[in-house]
Write a protein that binds this ligand. Structure first.
Ligand code: FAD
Length: 625
């Protein structure tokens, strides 16, 4: 008798951030789903920093939430501190971030998954992919069990042939205390996939009771904390825990340098490329030799633990060197280690082997999501998991694929970048990667995406109703600003206070509020605005939405027009069997790249490095455009 049902609609391999979102999405969309993971105890582990969101990543979490994924809800329910980063800049840059309770985060994910209908669990290592004549029919486990599936989503994270390094010691592992995964890479190579190697690292965790916080600078959360989820399933924090900041010094750097000859980073043992924007402390000292100190953020790992994460001290130096150097950091003179820092090398699969749905080009029904695609970060992984889960479900249900465009979501930018350009180093999201970042704000992810999430059957109707209310009321408020005038006597005191030229005759509020000197906070100071808010019982979210629409209407309009123009190229579909070789007048490099990536649209072709604007012009002429 088989342990499993005859055939699952979707099997998700790996219960990390990508796997959890993938499993939840597929199951919530009505597919019989199995989540197979190496350790059910370690579902949704935060392998590195206990935090969700941050610059560009916070926008992704809100997008996941808007579509009906769970990362935002889990993050809110397990937060110990909330901060809206970049609040001094324009709203396109505002990025929510929470410090998380690591243990509660994993527990909350597991609770939510256990309450998800259609979802089964199994603890085992998947060691291979089952195919017949190149057609996928399931996975096999290390104990030789065959699990049949219509679609499979691989979300193996840092586990594929994972190799951990601490100083001159190295051993197999997928993460501290967990074994590596073997077999899948080899199977995929046999099927014709290309693989590569990447590396990442993590800092030591220390005992908070051994630290002297009086020597550090306190980093409290926001006075009025917000939250990620647009739903009413979570509440903002009423109590928060502070983080702390301290610095390294020349003495710390000298002590670290003493271990460089035993560093796998410098003695050639680690050959693969790590995340450029998350360098190890030894890398920072080496690259920026003239810098006398580096910032360290001292972050509690939860409400009920003394364990502390030392952000900025990622290292794979020998543990005795890590320890000695850390004892010279202000506030760490008596530090006790919980665990040493380490680096890990693992296999990834260049993501140019995927379609926009995250299905592989080589094997129908096989999807990859998360760190396996060369990305780094929980948010990047979770969003890919969500999209792979949605698309696997849609494939099973014989429905049209779900793809987000670059002007619709950071998730669209992420996936398009990955599959069109590939990545040679761990890819993380930045606001600068998005050409339409004024459109892709954290405050409007629900307006952008909840209708889509509802249409595919993932976001619940309550979400749509909430979003529609926010949209209608904020539009009405913008219209109120367009239609209502301010007299000079009403406006001039605030205008003068802000150094903006006084008015001599009445003018529409919309125009007054559009002045660059007027901040969002000023708008609510006007009596007429306060009356409107009270009469219509508007909450902060709606007011903020209306204010942003007014203050940034020029930028928003410009980006929309630009996106509309480019979307015309997005609609210029290149047929699947199009023969790029027969176009004589495009460069050889362009031909090679176009043949490799096989873009679906002219717009996608234009984003491939090595394909020039003149190649695109030729392509357009060839296609009769
Ligand atoms: P993971 O979270 O790694 O989850 C993979 C899951 O798959 C695990 O549950 C594992 O048990 C399971 N699994 C693997 N193989 C199999 C198999 N064959 N069968 C069954 N189950 C399997 N990110 C940053 O943004 N910044 C950093 O500085 C950073 N540093 C890191 C340092 C270290 C040491 C590590 C390990 C990770 C670091 N990360 C960092 C990366 C971050 O943890 C990942 O980006 C994120 O967790 C990826 O999510 P994922 O779902 O793709 O994979």
């Amino acid at each position: 008798m088989s342990l499993f049902q005859e055939k699952y609609d979707v099997v998700v391999v790996g219960g990390g951030h990508a796997g959890c979102e993938a499993a939840a999405a597929a199951a919530n969309m009505g597919c019989s789903t199995l989540l197979v993971t190496m350790s059910l105890q370690n579902i949704a582990q935060m392998s590195c920093n206990p935090a969700m969101g941050g610059i560009a990543k916070g926008q992704i979490v809100r997008e996941i939430d808007a579509l009906g994924g769970y990362s935002g809800i889990v993050s809110d329910r397990t937060a110990i501190q909330f901060k809206m980063l970049n609040k001094s800049k324009g709203p396109a840059m505002w990025s929510p971030r929470v410090q998380s309770d690591r243990m509660r985060f994993a527990e909350e994910w597991r609770l939510l998954l256990e309450q998800t209908p259609n979802l089964d669990f199994y603890q085992e290592m998947v060691s291979g992919i089952l195919t017949e004549n190149g057609k996928l029919f399931g996975v096999k486990t290390s104990l030789g069990i065959e699990i049949k599936a219509k679609t499979v989503i691989l979300t193996n994270g840092t586990f594929l042939n994972g190799l951990i390094h601490i100083g001159d010691k190295q051993f197999g592992g997928g993460r501290a205390g967990e074994g590596a995964s073997y077999g899948i890479t080899e199977d995929l190579l046999k099927l014709g996939f290309e693989s590569g190697r990447m590396k990442t690292g993590t800092p030591p965790r220390v005992d908070g009771r051994s630290l002297d916080y009086s020597k550090m600078i306190e980093q409290p959360g926001d006075a009025v904390p917000d939250k990620f989820s647009y739903s009413n399933l979570t509440k903002p924090l009423s109590v928060q825990r502070s983080c702390w900041m301290t610095y390294t010094s020349n003495e710390v750097h000298d002590l670290l340098r003493e271990g460089f000859d035993r560093s796998p980073m410098f003695n050639g043992r680690i050959k693969s490329i790590g995340p450029r924007y998350c360098p190890s402390i030894e890398d920072k000292i080496n690259r920026f030799a003239d810098k006398e100190r580096h910032q360290l953020f001292v972050e509690p790992e939860g409400w009920n633990t003394v364990e502390v994460y030392v952000n900025g001290f990622s290292t794979s130096l020998p543990e005795d060197v890590q320890f000695k150097a850390m004892r010279s950091v202000a506030g760490f003179e008596n530090v006790k280690f919980f665990r040493a820092g380490y680096a890990i090398e693992y296999d990834y699969f260049p993501p140019t082997q995927l379609k926009h749905t995250l299905e592989t080009k080589l094997v129908d029904g096989l999807y990859f999501a998360g760190q396996i695609n060369g990305t780094t970060g929980y948010e990047e992984a979770a969003s890919q998991g969500l999209m792979a889960g949605i698309n696997a479900a849609l494939q099973v249900q014989e429905r049209a694929p779900f793809v987000l465009k670059r002007n619709e979501a950071y998730i669209g930018v992420l996936i398009d970048d990955l599959i069109t350009k590939g990545t040679e180093e761990p890819y993380r999201m930045f606001t600068s990667r998005a050409e339409y970042r004024t459109l892709l704000r954290q405050d409007n992810a629900d307006i952008r995406l909840t209708p889509k999430g509802f249409e595919i059957g993932l976001a619940k109707e309550e979400r749509l109703i909430r979003m529609e209310e926010k949209f209608t009321k904020s539009e009405a408020m913008v219209n109120f600003f367009r239609e209502t005038s301010l007299k000079p006597a009403e406006a001039n005191p605030i205008l003068e206070e802000k150094g903006s030229s006084p008015m001599s005759q009445p003018d529409k509020m919309f125009k007054v509020f559009s002045r660059p000197q007027i901040d969002l906070e000023d708008i609510v100071k006007f009596d007429k605005v306060q009356e409107y808010i009270a009469q219509n019982d508007l909450d902060n979210e709606i007011i903020e939405q209306a204010e942003i629409q007014v203050k940034y209407s020029g930028y928003i309009e410009k980006e929309k027009n630009h996106a509309d123009k480019l979307n015309r190229l997005e609609d210029a579909i290149i047929p699947d069997n199009f023969d790029f070789n027969k176009i004589k007048s495009i460069s050889i490099e362009a031909k090679q790249k176009l043949n490799k990536i096989r873009p679906k649209t002219i717009a996608q072709a234009s984003r491939i490095s090595g394909v020039s604007p003149s190649d695109i012009s030729v392509l357009l002429i060839y296609m009769g455009r």
